[in-house]
Structure formats: structure tokens, C-alpha cells
Design a protein around this ligand. Sequence first.
Ligand code: AGP
Length: 611
Amino acid sequence: MCGIVGYIGSQEASPILLEGLKRLEYRGYDSAGLALLNHQLSIYKQKGKVSELESILPNGYSAGKTLGIGHTRWATHGEPNDVNAHPHTNTKGDIALIHNGIIENYNAIRTELARKGHVFKGQTDTEVLVHLIEEIWNEVGCDFETAVRLSLKEVEGTYGICAISSREPDKIIAARNGSPLLIGVGDGEYFIGSDASPIVSHTRKVVYLSDGEMAVLTRDGYTVKTIDNIEMPKQIDELAFGISEIEKGGFDHFMLKEIFEQPEAILNSMRGRAVFAEGAVKLGGILQHLSQLREAKRIIICACGTSWHSALVGEYLIEELAKIPVEVEYASEFRYRNPIIHKDDVVIVISQSGETADTLAAAREAKSRGALVLGICNVVGSTIARETDCGIYTHAGPEIGVASTKAFTAQVTVLALLAVALGRSRTLSHAEAKFFIDELRLIPEKVEQTLALNPDLVKLAEIFKDAKNFLYLGRGYNFPVALEGALKLKEISYIHAEGYPAAEMKHGPIALIDQNMPVVFIAIKDQSYPKVISNIEEVRSRKGRVIAIATEGDDEIQKLAEFVIRVPNTIGPLTPLLTVVPLQLLAYHIAVMRECNVDQPRNLAKSVTVE
Ligand code: AGP
């Protein structure tokens, strides 16, 4: 949830750290701070965004300092203010620490340290850790690395940390347990990052740390050990994307860029997997488990937020194509519900970031109960991706905007491929599979056509930007899209919105309908169309303002809906890939017109790595 960056080499550290923190701000931006080291430690930290930190940096502050760490915070313990900003230092001020995660036993540690005379400036759990390191370092008389290692063995909870000290001013110590960290391997210089975004403009060679591992970086290289001091040989991976993919690419916001990247993201999700000539699907990441997947008596899909919405689409897809019963669970509920899991159950976890704490915990819970766990993630090398038994990367490319867009359509694409692969291993005929993936092949172009409707959504946003509430209604495959449309609107424009199955409106929400209530209907030409038309009539008769997402060529709906957005026709199971696009654009334009911070909405972070 916070952003961590570190540098050790021959360049001045601060410009590298500040640039890196700006790329990490989507992970949290309550406060930002730096610790720079030559022979002494210099700390600069400030409530607010990185630009506000930059405004307090004195002239010449960074000269000659080629080692440093930086942090951008999303508050979990202690309100966002200067004192609680990271880095935190010990009593003597010769150790600096930055942290991402939650130390669950920090109160007990703090009480014990206070009894020993430690004085704490703030209310964070992180500050406790830096004092613990100082205490153990002094008590044991060991070296810095050992002091950090022994301290972490006393910690319960999650962490991704970097620590530096003027007592040993030639190294950065990093460690992870539950919060992501990776090393960037440069030429005589090394980097640390919560993800690749602060590193990729300097090097594409990275080493992913795993939980329970600690790294020591010096100008001569790095070592990785477990916190039980066991050497861990690590392979160097090559990053697949460059900095240009991370930049906004000419769009005003990352979110808009990512909405327009969806044709490519969907294509990349299919690339090498949908074998169109054969009407087959090949998913290398699950091949060795296909027989167990085929025999599954039940599939449980766990996820959060937008990923939970794509999971709902996945439920319809897998049940229709593979005839395997599917249940969809909020990961946060599943992990604490003492779930009943049978040995022939399969659990799928879906997560764009691959770091969502609840989803990771659900995966671990399922594994501990003997289920086969399949991960559908976007971030390569993410914790969930590396902890599940098998998986399928969505290959949507980096998603920087906090509001998930291309991740959703890429997840639905992967779920469609999975449904076909499972179906073909069971009762789905070759002809049915070929028909399905031939339709899927046309989707990227149809999304391009739908994106061309962008000006219509600008006009619609202009009309409804001051609405106080919205209702989104859909049926079947488009019920999850109604939920997703509502989430997009509320999380970036702060307008209250709710998604419902269209038929549910009669069971309460219809009481809300009046001339001030915009109701978005997903009313594509499928078997539920006549029912949706009836629902539209019900809303009209109560003066609700009807916005319809309809199918190209549908002229009937014009008589009923005040506004109609028509998307290209496709088969029912694939309609979510098209109907979601105008809802993403509507939410985006309304948020921009309301001058909201579209890429970094208030109170939100891109990856919720704490409970
Ligand atoms: C969606 O726009 C939100 N950013 C949020 O609901 C997100 O989908 C959720 O936190 C899950 O994230 P994940 O896919 O990275 O696990």
C-alpha cells in the first residue's frame, strides 16, 4: 500500500529516489520522505505528495550522497502527518527505516521498549521497528544485518522494509514478508522498489524477493538470505515493459490511457493461447494441472473489488462452457468463514496487483485446506502469482490508474479462455469451441469501435455530472457489468452509485426512482432483452432518466430510453468486454468534469496490501 524505493551506487541518490517516488504515488500519497547517507544520515519528510516534499528540500541537500531510501505512504497506523511520515529513526538518529505493511504486535514491542527508555515521536508501528533494531543492535553487539534480522524475527505481521545506518554507511538492508519488494540490478549500482515502476528507467534486470527473505545491497553487489540466515540463490529476471509504457502516453490520465489500451490488453491476454486455426485454447500455466481442474466438482473464485466482478462473469462463463459449478466469494469473507473445502474443489484467485492482502490470505487458506489454487494475476512475479499452484497472467501491462479498467477486460478474457479450455477437456465440442474463440478474436476490433463512441459519453457526462445518485441495472452476463459500472463511477467521481440485477429493482430500489435518478440499463439483444425492456418501462413510468447500453441496430430501444449508446453485437458471454467500456468512459468523464483526482482518488490506493 505504500511505495518504497532505494538506491546505492555512484550517482546522487536523491533525484533517483524522488523520480521513483512519483512513479509509486499510486500506491499511496498521504506523505513522503527521504533518508540520505554519506558519513551521516539526513532525513527529509513531509505530509502530502512528493511534490510537497520537494518544496522543503534545502539547497545542496543531496550533494555527495549516493545512498538513500524513499517512501510514499498510505496511512494504516497513525494519521497522515509529518511526524508519522517515513523514514523513521531510532533514539540516537543513526538508523533510518521505511516500511510497507502492518506490524500486528507493535503495541507489545512498543511497551517493552518504552520500559527500556525508548521515546517515540509518532503513533506508527514502523517507528517501533527502528527502535527495536537499535535495542537489539546495542544489546547483542552484533552487526547491522544481524540486528535487522533478529528484530524481524520478533515481528508478527507484514512488512517490506529498507533500513540504512550511519554506523555502517555502505549498505542498504531490505526485507519482505507480505509486502512486495524487488531489487534492480544496475552496472555498479543497485535499486530497491515496491514494484518495477521506479526501477525500469534505470535497469530491466530485477530480482524478486520472496516472503521471509532479506537482502543486503552494497556498491559491490547484493546478497539474499532468509531471516534464518540461509543463503538464497536468486535468478535475475528481465522486465518485459519499458518506461514509455508507464508514462501516460499522451493521455490526460493513466486511467484514460488504460481504457484505450483495452484492445491491445485483450489481444495480449489471448496471444499464444487462443489457437484460432485449430479452435483450441492452450494455457501453459495450468497444463500440468488440467486433469485435476477437469475433475473439479466445484470451483470457488475469490477476489476483491473489480476482480470480484470479473469473477462473477467467470462464474457464468465456466458454468456455461465447462458445466462445472462455480461459487464466487469475496476474499475477505472467504478467509475468515472457516470455508468448507473438499479435496476435489479448485479455488481460483483473481488479482490485478497480485498483492491484495485478503485475496492472498484466501489463496493461502485454500491451499492449507488442500485445494488446488489457480491464480489469475496481472503483475508478473507478484506474491499471489508466486504462491498459487498454477496460474494465468492476464498480460494487460502495467495498470497505474487506481480504478481498474483494462485489468477487468483482460481478466474476463482469461476467464473465457479458461472456460473454453476446461470445456474442451469435458463436454464442449470442437465446433462450439471454435465458434466461441472465433467470436473472441473479433473482440479487440469491436472494443476499438466502442471506444470511438467516446464523444457520446462526454456529452452524457456533461448532462449527468451533477447527479447525486446513479443506478446501474443488468441481467445475466451483464449483471456483473452493472456492478462494475457503479464501482467505477463512485470510486473516481464520488457520486453514490449502486449496481443491481435488473429484476431486483422491484424488491426495493424502485422506491428510489424519480426524475433525479439516472438509471443505466445494460440492454443488449439477448434472451433477457424483453425482460429488461419491461424494467425500463417501470423506470420510465416513475420518471426515472433512462440511459441504455444497447446493441448496434437496435432501433426499438430508442422509443424507451432517453439516451442510447450502442455497442457492436457479439455473443452473450462476450458482451461484458464491450458493455463495460462506455461505463468506464462515462465514469471517467464525469470525474474529470467534477475535477476529481481520477488516477489517485481520495482514500483509495492501487493495491490494498493490508486488511
Ligand atoms: C477497482 O477499480 C479498485 N481499484 C479495487 O476495487 C480493486 O479492484 C481491488 O482492490 C482488487 O485489487 P486487485 O485486483 O489488485 O486484487
